[in-house]
Ligand binder design. Structure first.
Ligand code: 5GP
Length: 203
């Protein structure tokens, strides 16, 4: 049996702003060839350093709403005043051979949890509220108003934490990444995710 006999799934990482998830994504993707990043669509403008088609597909609201109307999104939501969405066809094609790791908000995660796409959910939190506030303020790219909006929506998200499966505390990056990799490994080993075991062993 190889990993080819193993059905791939979505790994949904949910983390309020300042949870440190960007570093986690970067490391998981660098260390695991079999895991691909879900490139979302959004109507927000690209930040400096962000590349269209790599970090997001940046599109107009008109195009976004047309895609939504056509049923192209597995999930979509307004976050901090802009639309964000995950393309159904992109997810389905990547899932044929790879796990997909995704960075979406609580509303989007809940839509996927109701869908029939195989997924796991991992919530990421900083080690304490103090560290969290420091990380939020220390990014240096956002105004005070933006930080305030993010803090408020993060507080709302935490209230819903019990709807998700796993919690990883991001104190030390290496440890947090190892924790997530361990979760993925265990999930891969669920019998329901093996294809044709009986046939393979001639049972
Ligand atoms: P940012 O604009 O800072 O990259 O992301 C803002 C928020 O949008 C984050 O909470 C992120 O998880 C969420 N987000 C990013 N892509 C998607 C998506 O495709 N769907 C949903 N529902 N949320 C997303």
């Amino acid at each position: 049996m190889s990993s080819k006999n193993n059905r791939k799934f979505l790994i949904i990482l949910i983390s309020p702003s300042g949870g440190g998830k960007t570093a986690i994504f970067t490391k998981i993707l660098a260390d695991n060839n079999g895991i691909k990043y879900s490139i979302s669509y959004t109507t927000r403008k690209a930040r400096v350093n962000e590349i269209d088609g790599v970090h997001y597909n940046f599109i107009s609201e008109k195009n976004f709403l047309e895609m939504k109307e056509s049923g192209d999104f597995l999930e979509s939501a307004i976050v901090h005043g802009y639309w964000y969405g995950t393309s159904k066809s992109y997810i389905n094609s990547v899932l044929k051979n790879n796990h997909i790791i995704m960075d979406i908000d609580v509303q989007g995660a809940k839509q996927i949890m109701k869908s029939d796409v195989d997924h796991i959910t991992v919530f990421i939190l900083p080690p304490s509220r103090d560290v969290w506030l420091k990380r939020l303020n220390g990014r240096g790219t956002d105004s005070e108003e933006v930080i305030k909006v993010r803090l408020e929506s993060a507080e709302k998200e935490i209230k819903e934490i019990r709807d998700f499966q796993y919690l990883v505390i991001n104190d030390d990056l290496e440890t947090a990444v190892k924790d997530i990799e361990t979760i993925i490994k265990a999930e891969e080993k669920k019998i329901e995710r093996y294809i044709n075991i009986e046939k393979y062993y001639g049972g």
